[in-house]
Ligand binder design. Structure first.
Ligand code: PHE
Length: 427
């Protein structure tokens, strides 16, 4: 980052502008990009872009990715697409409505109005289909602004999978044969599938699809993924899987899948029959098929018993040395160091608001992975002055060492000073 502009208006109603002084441009992965008034990408997020944990041998995210890939041996694998995409590609091309909340600057990271960090791997569907790949898996880092706790992190990894077929009688015959083969294989296993037949008028076959073709493709999706879930979660006891009606702008019908594991139903993935508009845009209008997307951290936390999502980013040998290539092992926590809570209360300028995600990004920028969680513990508006008061509790805890109270105080002082730069009045 080079030159900065002079300080500018800091708060506008309902959203906090990130930078007290906004850089004129940002350098990302070797290229320079201009900023504008919606720029909200932070240095701590930029630092994550080159890390690509899913490509590091032995890392749990890499092993999980490899296990899933080996379950789909005929699929092409992609894992090196740039995280920078246009909002058009992330949203519009996938039929997201103009007012979809995911587009908000409070929910997504923007370099400028024409460039953002992908919020999901589906952002690459059109380009991969356009290359002519009929069966593919794509693994990548994705970015979403979020609150801070043990299972949310603004960068995580997703895997997208898709399979399309010629929408012809032979194509469909092939799908039906494949379905029969997978069905008979699954019948020999101890998987228990709950799948209420879909009758919801909100989750229909698409208008342009032959309902029989759509049903065959949806069945191919379910059978393919049930086999994969069995490979990941299956064991001596029967594996319970349930398929639930869902909604995504770029699939219909759409489904979510949950797995019953160690006493809980866990949401594993989103999926559905690909919207024909996506395939038309990708220049394969005569195909029909399915896609799914899953979060790798979520699944790895369960399979490896990793208790905190920050651990995936640890460079500590006590973490990294535990893992083997291509083998899921149970994580042995090396220590739990004491945490240190600090509260900060402040008045916002009159008529302004601060989004929790803005506060969390500020804290992450100061404390990085030392922050374990952040909670808003109080908020009210003064009846006379109409100013809003907020109080947040920040829990500082290192995963690798004991944190001294002085260090926590030092970070807290930086949080306070950054808040002051933004124009709030500390209470
Ligand atoms: N992209 C969706 C998400 O991030 C998941 C998904 C992928 C759903 C493919 C349907 C098809 O939640």
């Amino acid at each position: 980052m080079l030159k900065t502009r002079p300080p500018r208006l800091l708060f506008v109603a309902r959203s906090c502008r990130w930078y007290a002084t906004r850089p004129i441009h940002v350098d990302i992965l070797g290229e320079r990009h201009p900023t504008d008034e919606i720029t909200n990408i932070t240095p701590s997020i930029l630092a994550k872009l080159p890390l690509r944990l899913h490509t590091r041998p032995k890392h749990p995210l890499h092993t999980l990715r490899t296990l899933i890939e080996s379950h789909f041996p005929t699929f092409k694998h992609h894992s090196s697409l740039s995280p920078l995409v246009s909002p058009f590609k992330n949203f519009d091309e996938l039929s997201f409505p103009k007012d979809h909340p995911g587009r908000a600057v409070t929910d997504s990271y923007y370099v400028n109005k024409d460039l953002m960090l992908r919020t999901h791997t589906s952002a690459h569907e059109v380009e991969v289909f356009r290359q002519g790949d009929d069966r593919w898996l794509l693994t990548a880092d994705v970015y979403r602004r979020d609150e801070i706790d043990g299972s949310h992190y603004p960068v995580f990894h997703q895997m997208e999978g898709a399979c399309i077929f010629p929408a012809t009688p032979e194509g469909m015959r092939h799908v039906a044969e494949d379905n029969a083969r997978m069905r008979s294989q699954l019948a020999k296993t101890n998987i228990v599938i709950e799948d209420v037949p879909h009758v919801a008028p909100t989750n229909p076959a698409q208008a342009g699809h032959d309902p029989a073709h759509s049903a065959l493709v949806a069945e191919h999706l379910k059978l393919s993924l049930n086999g994969m879930l069995l490979a990941l979660f299956g064991g001596a006891t029967p594996l319970q899987v349930r398929w639930i009606e869902a909604y995504f702008p770029f699939t219909s019908p759409s489904f979510e899948v949950e797995v019953f594991y160690r006493g809980k139903w866990l949401e594993i993935l989103g999926s559905g029959v690909v919207r024909q508009a996506t395939l038309d845009t990708a220049n394969v209008p005569d195909k029909i098929g399915w896609a799914f997307g899953l979060g790798l951290e979520r699944i790895a936390m369960i399979l490896y018993s990793i208790p905190d999502i920050r651990l995936f980013w640890s460079e500590d040998e006590r973490f990294l040395s535990q893992f083997k290539e291509n083998e899921i092992t149970t994580f042995k926590p090396y220590s739990k160091y004491p945490s240190c809570f600090k509260d900060v209360s402040f008045w916002l300028p009159q008529g302004s608001a601060l989004h929790d995600n803005d506060f969390c990004d500020l804290v992450r920028d100061v404390a990085g992975d030392i922050v374990e969680d952040v909670k808003k513990i109080d908020s009210f508006v003064h009846p006379k002055t109409n100013r809003a008061s907020l109080c947040y509790r920040i829990n500082y805890r290192s995963m690798d060492r004991s944190l001294s109270n002085e260090e926590a105080n030092e970070m807290q002082a930086q949080v306070v000073s950054r808040l002051t730069e933004l124009g709030v009045e500390i209470r």
